[in-house]
Design a protein around this ligand. Sequence first.
Ligand code: PLP
Length: 425
Amino acid sequence: MRIFEELESEVRGYVRAFPAVFDVAKGSYIYDEQDNRYIDFFAGAGSLNYGHNNPLISKALIEYLQRDGIVHALDKATVAKKNFLQKFQDTILTPRNLNYKVQFTGPTGTNAVETALKLARMVKRRSNVIAFTNGYHGLTMGSLAVTGNDFYRDESYGARNNADSVPYDGYLGRDVNTIDYLRKFLSDGSSGVDLPAAIIVETVQGEGGINVASVEWLQELEALCREYDILLIIDDIQMGNGRTGYFFSFERAGIKPDMITVSKSIGGGLPMAILLMRPELDQWRPGEHTGTFRGNNLAFVAATEALSYWDGEDFAEAIKYKGAIMEEELRKIVEKYPSLEIELRGTGMVWGLDIPRNGFSGDVSAECFANKLIIELAGADDQVVKFLPALTIEEDVLREGLAIVDKAIGDLLQRSEDARKGVMT
Ligand SMILES: Cc1ncc(COP(=O)(O)O)c(C=O)c1O
């Protein structure tokens, strides 16, 4: 670890939570340099839905490199890009009756978000954008302006310009319909909220703590956007690519967003991001929004291969099946440890255990790591243990990982009980 501590910036994060030097990875396993094997319930924060070094993807990449397929091509036409676009249209868009143009942005999620916000502002000629409490959209300045958690923001960045934050579904309690609140703000010229160009939203907030918006809420949000001529941007960077059991997370609500940001697993584990937009919104002039790394052909090759998982219904079925196992096993954990007052939230293969006891979730993650499971935290105060395994995880590995979490919670409770008794005697 010496070189990391000496040379790498203090900004480094995950290396502190998971202090090992990793070397090899396959499927849902990661191995460190001492050859210790870890189960991965983090999946590259949602970038590895198809697992580490997925054999189909690796094979396609090796073949492409061996035949000297072009790797960097700016946004020139390439065979790899052609194949990706064709596959995306045939496998994802057409069967879902969706009509979107594809814009290749810089290769990270926040690049796609920046692009969406900029385009919305350009098309609508309005600067304001509305986002939601606990939303996470990335950390470059435009994305940061619509990200909720103040851990990432500082007033001195001046990043809150032209963005308003309003309550997400459930933020004011289950009985309050926050769309009514938003409608009131939009209809009242004295609310202090300007008519926005766009509303940007995650259908399930990932970093924000696994908050699942209801179908009705999403439908009402779409209707509200139509009513006020506001563009609806679904940020599907973490919840897209099958995480919720559908390729796009908004499919469960049957809505049709104006724009969709997609990144993370779209590149099959390699950096890639796209913005999907209704064709009439594609008002860019050639080269008006550019970037050097929009033509990562290795990612196109990987992405095309990854999309073959969506050829039939089997993959979506498997996600639903494994998601049900997760829900069932996690519900057992909630019931087994009532003193912790855990709340379980999630859908598909993304779940969170919200443990209100101060610092306990962090202890669970650390204890799991000691027992060779990598699992991350989410939520405003890192109070949610976040389950984000690869969608391709084998059932027995999934169950093994869930059992490690169960044991970690039990052991931690036992230890704190022993400590309490120790103090008393
Ligand atoms: C919903 C959402 N949007 C945007 C981002 C930013 O993506 P990136 O970290 O690749 O910039 C993330 C990252 O976690 C995300 O979850």
